[in-house]
Design a binder for this molecule. Structure first.
Ligand code: PLP
Length: 453
């Protein structure tokens, strides 16, 4: 085994600045700040950097390390599978045991009727796949003009050109060529920013009606699918009002539109049930899963397709011309299966739903007594803390980010990883976080708000 010494932190930072292009990063700013923090190891819910600082990971990596860091079982299963069969594919009428068994497991775990699984490697790729499945469905049903996918403002569905087009964050559309044609964005069910004088429940209905207006403006006969996250995650943990999803589903049924539910964040226990679709009573035609499926230990994602859709798209004569070299990768599949087995064995989903999720929400809500905290919203182990100087009027912070960014930086200095989205701080800790760690998170956050603002 290679055993060369790891260079000193300063050398790593310099090499990183010279050669490594970071996602979603202002490299000028990074250079000014002296380079990136180097994360060297992790255990449970804590990261350690090369300077020896311990950080409580309030983001679970990027909303993905559901069972926490340092699970030897996942490393061992990966090594076993690499020795047995490190790679093969299912392109040419072949398959692999771990891939088959994972598909079976996912069919059993996901809601009724979702029994057919198409594997990809990332959430973005799975959503690209979903666009092609939805359009192929309508083509094969004899309605090829149904090509439009309706997404929402503030949605995050990924970063490939098609997934970035689905994404409803304006900054993602800055590079020419995005959005691609035939993708439109309906309003987000974001009560704090847009609810005005309406109650949350009234606003939920209004936001869903906004979807209907979007569909009617396009022409319902042109719409293939609506895609939505049960809770919009990267857009700022936007928990929809209780009235919202029932109305959205009524509208999709009324116009015969496929419903794609993007569970990349909400899936695998995050909201206190296996899937956000169960928490919000949603019946998807296609479900996107990724992240928590393997707790981020290896990249793997999937489109889980309802029988009624799969029969049209995949059981018709001819082949579906789509797939990735690593679709159904046997090592990633083995790791995902072990991850799911651990979640079941340790009762992690019930722990989130019945114990630590409610505790986390309750503890975060104690921040509402702070004059600069306007709203604490969340479900299970995902949450946002909305900072404001106008608790009652809910006027947007000017300039955007001027409250949350310094608090986020102070949190980092104080040993807590969080992320600023506009002027809220978002959280998505590992699902195995303890009560003591939740207390630590809330205490650091309160202290950081007081220090930074
Ligand atoms: N969909 C949702 C809801 C996400 O939150 C993300 C990533 O954060 C994606 C899709 C894209 O996943 P990936 O980054 O694996 O391409």
């Amino acid at each position: 085994l290679r055993n060369d010494p790891v260079p000193a932190t300063a050398t790593l930072k310099a090499l990183d600045l010279a050669h490594h292009l970071h996602p979603f990063t202002d490299h000028g700013e990074l250079r000014q700040e002296g380079g990136a923090r180097v994360i060297a190891s992790a255990q449970g819910c804590h990261l350690t950097d090369t300077d020896g600082q311990r950080l409580l990971d309030g983001m679970g990596g990027l909303w993905c390390v559901n069972i926490g860091y340092g699970r030897r079982e996942l490393a061992e299963v990966a090594a076993r599978q690499m020795n047995e069969l490190p790679y093969y594919n299912s392109f040419f009428k072949t398959t692999m045991p771990e891939t088959v068994l994972l598909a079976e497991e996912l069919a059993a775990l996901t809601p009724e009727g979702l029994n057919r699984v198409f594997f990809s490697n990332s959430g973005s790729e799975a959503n690209d796949t979903n666009i092609r499945i939805a359009r192929s469905y309508w083509q094969k049903r004899g309605e090829p003009q149904r090509t439009v996918i309706v997404s929402r403002k503030l949605a995050y569905h990924g970063s490939t050109i098609a997934a970035a087009s689905l994404t409803g964050l304006e900054s993602m559309h800055d590079i020419p060529g995005v959005p691609i044609p035939d993708i439109v964005h309906a309003p987000a069910p974001f009560w704090w920013a847009n609810g005005g004088d309406l109650s949350a429940d009234e606003f939920g209905i209004e936001a869903a009606r906004g979807l209907e207006e979007t569909i009617r403006a396009v022409g319902p006969e042109r719409v293939a699918a609506f895609i939505g996250e049960p809770v919009q995650g990267a857009g700022g943990v936007i928990v929809p009002p209780a009235t919202y999803w029932a109305e959205v589903q009524r509208i999709c049924r009324k116009y015969g539109i496929l419903l794609i539910v993007d569970e990349v964040i909400c899936g695998f226990g995050r909201t206190g049930r296996w899937f956000g679709s169960q928490t919000f009573d949603i019946a998807p035609d296609i479900m996107t899963i990724a992240k928590g499926m393997s707790s981020g230990y290896l990249p793997i994602s999937a489109s889980v397709v309802h029988d009624a859709v799969a029969e049209v798209v995949f059981d018709a004569p001819g082949r579906f011309p789509h797939g990735y070299t690593y679709s159904g990768h046997p090592v990633a599949a083995a790791v995902a299966r072990e991850n799911i087995a651990i979640m079941k064995r340790e009762g992690i989903v019930d722990y989130v739903g019945d114990d630590i999720g409610p505790y986390f929400q309750e503890r975060l809500a104690t921040l509402l007594d702070h004059p600069l905290v306007g709203e604490v919203r969340g479900v299970g182990l995902m949450a946002a803390v909305e900072l404001t100087r106008d608790k009652t009027g809910r006027a947007p912070v000017e300039p955007v980010g001027s409250m949350a960014t310094p608090v986020r930086n102070a949190c980092f200095e104080n040993g807590l990883v969080t992320r600023a989205v506009r002027d809220c701080l978002v959280f998505s800790p590992p699902l195995v976080i303890t009560r003591a760690e939740v207390d630590e998170l809330v205490a650091i956050l309160r202290r950081s708000i007081d220090q930074a603002l």
